[in-house]
Design a binder for this molecule. Structure first.
Ligand code: MLT
Length: 241
């Protein structure tokens, strides 16, 4: 298994795709997706733009759908919820499809949706990602951070480092594909006992703190909290494995 890390979707090669793409948006899209599926959501469908989300979700009965929209960290008007994982309770999401659009995470998913397999990772389901990769042994793996509007996000690369660290411990059949893997492993080792503090210092963490999302940051910083693994069953639609 040859593992590559890309800090942003824009940095991924444009002429080929991996056997398995792992999309990471720790704050907060992939944390929210894992939480929703863990809480019994039927599925999650991700959209990069709001108008398509509205159009497609309109074809679902209101009892079976939930619309989540976020831009700049804030809830989008007209949606049932924003992008807080804490809103994904069994009462709220159970049995429903979550139609979601976010600033960066859903765009990152779109970028790699034609890969042979696509899963999503966050700190809260890091071990589930590692177990899947160890079991499946895909030949090439891309760990893709969502970043922020084309730029680097500290928390996504730290999470990629957390996944790579555990993978190295769990399987001997891992080959480092690019220097970003070495850097991300070092980054995770630096922050591993202070993940919440890492969020507090990161630019998107600070943006969320200004929006009073302190509890979201605490929740997102819990490593290996759930074994829910979101896997793409058709382009843009994720279910729990
Ligand atoms: C994103 O996709 O950029 C995020 O998940 C933003 C957020 O809601 O915190």
């Amino acid at each position: 298994m040859k593992v590559f890390i890309y800090h942003t979707p824009e940095l991924t090669p444009s002429d080929h795709l991996p056997d398995c793409a792992v999309v990471i948006d720790v704050l907060r899209a992939t944390t929210t997706i894992a939480t929703a599926l863990n809480a019994g959501a039927d599925s999650v469908q991700a959209f990069s733009d709001l108008s398509t989300l509205m159009e497609i979700s309109e074809t679902w009965s209101p009892e079976k759908r939930l619309r989540a929209g976020e831009r700049g960290g804030a809830t989008v008007a007209g949606c049932d919820m924003g992008n807080s994982p804490l809103d994904c309770t069994p009462e709220h999401v159970g049995g429903k499809r979550l139609f979601i659009t976010t600033t960066n995470g859903t765009r990152a998913l779109q970028r790699v949706e034609d890969s042979a397999s696509v899963i999503t990772g966050a700190l809260i389901n890091r071990q589930a990602v590692v177990d899947y990769l160890t079991h499946k042994q895909p030949e090439t793996v891309w760990l893709v951070g969502s970043g922020w509007e084309g730029g680097y996000s500290l928390e996504d690369t730290t999470c990629a480092g957390a996944i790579a660290t555990a993978l190295k411990q769990q399987t001997e059949k891992i080959e480092i594909g690019n220097d970003e893997v070495i850097a991300a492993i070092a980054l995770y080792h630096y922050w591993q006992d202070n993940l919440l503090e890492m969020f507090n210092q990161s630019s998107h963490g600070q943006r969320l703190l200004r929006l009073n999302c302190h509890e979201d940051l605490k929740y997102c910083s819990q490593i290996d909290y759930t074994d829910a693994l979101p896997i793409q069953k058709e382009p843009s639609v994720l279910i729990r494995l």
